[in-house]
Design a protein around this ligand. Structure first.
Ligand code: CA
Length: 440
């Protein structure tokens, strides 16, 4: 592990930002996730901030006030995290330590000026959050064997899990231009489908719109073209994690995906959560890599590393919640559809990074590598409706009696993720939210 548990993870640390101290917050002082924000309705330039309780610490303002110094702090006036991500883990760690020291309840800067927050904080409810990085390339993986087996069973009952699965961290290149920040309304896509196998295909609004609950990795320094990333170095190239909703048009997908894989069924929109929780913050929540079942092959040597096998997993809980238009009008809270864990993925983050660069392909700072749907072994851990309703065969019943096979117009999908461990502060990724609008 490149990040050790240190003073920044100490559960006894509290902040002078009072909203960061209740145990249920996603953003205590032990977390310190990075994002890009501007003040809603203002013409202020977007810049880098850190979530603390229900506030944002304006890092550019901190630098301007001389409270943060160094090359990493200088990157925080930028409208995206890319230049910070290019610096690498030592610079990130030094910046994390400075921010932790600044936000501590006993911070000398706060002791000297109890009105510090008026200059350095803006309430999250007054901010507009942007995509955290300018994403040059976006890769979507398929790292849950449970998801791959369930989807395979639906699409290819005779041949659910293809023989390459246990050897290759399967992925495809997604579309970076249609990545959108959490909160963006998602228009139901149009597309070509073939609802009846004995009739010609038709073009019209997607009738089987779905979400996929995924976790995104944001790439740090990356690799020059032609120079692969050895697995022992892979985590140096991961800045942190966010939530990703890979909206999926299942009827379009089923008709178009062979032989070249996902295309228009996925490229209409992908939602990304605003806060990037660093691998450093996740240090207390690392677990062993997925335990392969007997009969599965060991990873090939380039994907095998003793440290990664011992600590390469992340015990991050991922939840999906749904609120329909009727629920919203009635003032009902969202209903939880599933709860899975990133630790149930067959491939570790390091194995994915190493595989994606193994042919010499260059990963670049700010690239987004999504995990693939985070599904676990039990039915309540299935991270998309395709699996939860078994292709629409078994509709879900919601608390108000409504049923769902796939998403309807006005449905709001809310993803949340968090880590909990005895003796450590709970940390969260916040939310990734999107609501479905009609095809027009
Ligand atoms: Ca996906």
């Amino acid at each position: 592990m490149i990040y050790q548990i240190d003073e920044t993870h100490n559960s006894r640390l509290t902040s002078w930002v009072a909203s960061a101290n209740p145990p249920e917050t996603d953003f205590p002082i032990q977390n310190l996730p990075f994002g890009v924000f501007t003040r809603a309705g203002s013409s202020e330039a977007p810049r880098v901030g850190v979530a603390i309780g229900d506030q944002i610490l304006d890092l550019a303002a901190c630098m301007g006030a001389g409270l943060l110094t160094g090359e990493a702090a200088e990157c925080c006036a930028a409208p995206a995290l890319n230049s910070l991500l290019a610096l690498g883990s030592e610079a990130w760690t030094a910046l994390r330590r400075q921010i932790s020291d600044l936000l501590r309840a006993d911070s000398p800067a706060y002791q000297a000026d109890p009105h510090l927050g008026e200059r350095l904080l803006i309430p999250q409810e007054q901010a507009t959050m942007l995509l955290p990085t300018q994403v040059g390339d976006y890769i979507d993986g398929y790292a849950s064997k449970y998801h791959a087996t369930n989807v395979g069973s639906l699409y290819r009952p005779d041949n659910p899990l293809l023989p390459n699965y246990t050897y290759v961290p399967i992925a495809y290149h997604g579309r970076a231009s249609s990545l959108v920040p959490s909160g963006t309304t998602i228009r139901r896509p149009m597309g070509q489908t073939r609802p009846k196998a004995d009739e010609p295909p038709v073009f019209g609004p997607c009738a089987q719109l779905d979400y996929e609950a995924e976790v995104g990795m944001l790439v740090g320094p990356g690799n020059p073209l032609g120079e692969p990333i050895p697995i022992a170095q892979a985590e140096r190239h991961i800045f942190g994690l966010c939530l990703v909703n890979d909206w999926s048009a299942r009827d379009i997908q089923r008709w178009e995906y062979q032989p070249l894989g996902p295309f228009l069924a996925k490229s209409f929109a992908t939602s990304v959560s605003p806060w990037v929780v660093t691998l450093a913050a996740l240090a207390p929540f690392r677990v062993a890599a997925f335990a392969r079942s007997e009969g599965d092959p060991a990873p090939l040597p380039y994907l095998s590393d003793a440290d990664d096998q011992a600590h390469g997993g992340v015990a991050l809980t991922v939840e999906v919640w749904l609120r329909t238009e009727k629920m919203r009008v009635a003032g009902m809270a969202p209903h939880r559809l599933s709860r899975g864990s990133l630790a149930d993925l067959y491939w570790t983050p390091a194995q994915q990074v190493t595989h994606y660069a193994s042919n010499g392909s260059n990963l670049r700072p700010g690239d987004l590598l999504a995990s693939g749907t985070v599904s676990g072994p039990t039915p309540d851990a299935r991270g998309c409706l395709l699996e939860l309703t078994w292709g629409g065969r078994d509709p879900l019943t919601l608390p108000n009696g409504e049923t769902r096979r796939f998403l309807e117009d006005g449905d709001e999908v809310i993803m949340r993720a968090y880590c909990e461990r005895e003796g450590y502060a709970r940390i969260g990724l916040g939310e990734c939210v999107g609501m479905i609008a009609s095809a027009g």
